[in-house]
Design a protein around this ligand. Structure first.
Ligand SMILES: Cc1cc2nc3c(=O)[nH]c(=O)nc-3n(C[C@H](O)[C@H](O)[C@H](O)COP(=O)(O)OP(=O)(O)OC[C@H]3O[C@@H](n4cnc5c(N)ncnc54)[C@H](O)[C@@H]3O)c2cc1C
Length: 389
């Protein structure tokens, strides 16, 4: 690109930061507007395995692959699949050296990207309240303090409930019928030794009765626990409820499950948080609007059941930066980017929807076993079978 455009990125998640970083490697400056007050204002969540074709490809474009390998946790690739009675259906030890999808804590990955950006690139505590895109002029952001920012390009990297998305399409995310509880066990090798041994060094999945308990070992002696249940959306409203009542609300969905699996729900060190799972329609896309685009969850929000959202967000960021650098005309760059983005998002969203439906069927354990056998032999495969939900 001959004259660098002014680029405003809304959201300092993994997607927005990868975009800023790869732009930077091409000598193009950008500004990231983030509503969190600081990098540590919010728990960044658990562990991610980065795929060679998406997350790692993005880090390669960012020039950060070596640093990523140093921060990754190869032992986190261990996988256990259990029945609701805790019987082992599959146990795959971590591949040598982390295999082709090494695990990394999200906070470490976000820190790596942040540290790679010039100071001041991310403007913390700057919530974007409104976005306007006049047909003839440049798009404008209005920030929470009233400041207005004009740019040649505004990128919505602002996640599930994007403020930029409504300017491109009016289709909102839809509740999947599944709500997840999020729990955290801390200092597990001292305080929760039996559960630490039960979960192992990587991820443990248990499926049955159209429900799931997933526990993932993180760095820093932590285990994150996610339970999935099929409930009406209002079930997650816990306003005013005591933590014990929220725990009971989740536990009541797991009668007859093994004591260790139930202990993963009851023994958490922080109150459980209930989060409904939303997704954009599979095949979601929009018509070009001058000076605006989306990436990551803003572009293709899907259930976590494909383990793909963060990987794709990073690849989107890297691809968008590459397209901007490669084309003199911004609209041409956006066309090139979106032409590849839409089918990529559609494939992953279809996999996520198939796995969510398949794993939470009455025979979900069998379906999960088929998928996990493929995954642990490094060939991704969608859940199969009739949708009887
Ligand atoms: C339980 C769970 C497990 C998952 N596991 C995996 C996995 O194993 N592998 C994987 O690849 N993916 C996984 N995902 C999906 C992954 O977390 C998301 O797809 C990914 O974080 C999307 O990144 P993003 O940058 O698009 O958006 P986000 O990470 O949501 O970042 C958006 C940023 O925008 C900011 N923001 C929002 N609104 C505004 C505003 N108005 N103004 C300014 N800033 C704003 C937010 O504060 C946030 O920092 C999982 C998701 C969940 C819920």
């Amino acid at each position: 690109m001959s004259t660098a455009p002014t680029i405003a990125i809304v959201g300092a998640g993994l997607g927005g930061l990868t975009l800023a970083r790869v732009l930077r490697t091409h000598g193009i400056a950008s500004t990231v507007y983030e509503r969190d007050a600081s990098p540590t204002a919010r728990d960044q969540g658990g562990t991610l395995d980065l795929d060679e074709e998406s997350g790692q490809r993005a880090l390669s474009a960012a020039g950060l692959l070596e640093e990523f390998r140093e921060l990754s946790r190869p032992e986190g690739g261990e996988v256990r699949l259990l029945g609701k009675d805790a019987s082992t259906v599959l146990h795959a030890p971590a591949p040598e050296g982390g295999g082709d999808r090494p695990e990394i804590d999200r906070s470490a990955l976000r820190g790596l990207l942040l540290d790679s950006l010039p100071r001041g690139t991310v403007r913390w505590g700057r919530t974007v309240r409104a976005v306007a895109a006049p047909p003839a002029g440049r798009p404008t952001l209005t920030l929470s303090d009233g400041e207005r920012v004009e740019a040649d390009l505004v990128v919505g990297a602002d996640g599930a409930w994007s403020r930029v998305r409504p300017l491109l399409s009016d289709a909102p995310p839809v509740y999947s019928g599944v709500t997840m509880s999020h729990g955290l066990l801390e200092d597990v090798d001292t305080r929760h030794r039996a559960l630490a041994e039960f979960v192992g060094h990587g991820s443990m999945y248990a499926f049955g009765d159209e429900r799931a308990v997933v526990a993932q070992r993180n760095g820093g002696g932590r285990i994150r626990v996610y339970c999935s249940v099929k409930v009406p959306e209002g079930w997650s409203d816990t306003e005013g409820a005591a933590p014990e009542a929220v725990t009971k609300r989740v536990l009541d969905h797991f009668p007859g499950w093994d004591d260790a699996l139930r202990a993963l729900i009851t023994d958490t060190d922080r109150p459980l948080v209930l989060r409904p799972v939303h997704a954009l329609p599979v095949g979601y896309r929009w018509d070009r609007v001058r000076g605006l685009t989306l990436l990551g969850d803003a572009a293709h929000l899907m259930s976590p059941y494909a383990g793909a959202g963060a990987n794709l967000a990073m690849l989107d960021g890297a691809e968008l930066a590459g397209a901007i650098a490669a084309h003199d005309d911004l609209e041409t760059a956006l066309n090139v980017y979106e032409t590849a983005l839409f089918p990529r998002g559609e494939t992953a969203a279809a996999l996520a929807a198939a796995n969510l439906t398949g794993f939470l069927r009455p025979d979900g354990l069998r379906i999960a076993r088929d998928v996990f056998v493929s995954l642990t032999s490094h060939t991704p495969k969608a859940a199969s079978g009739d949708d009887t939900r």
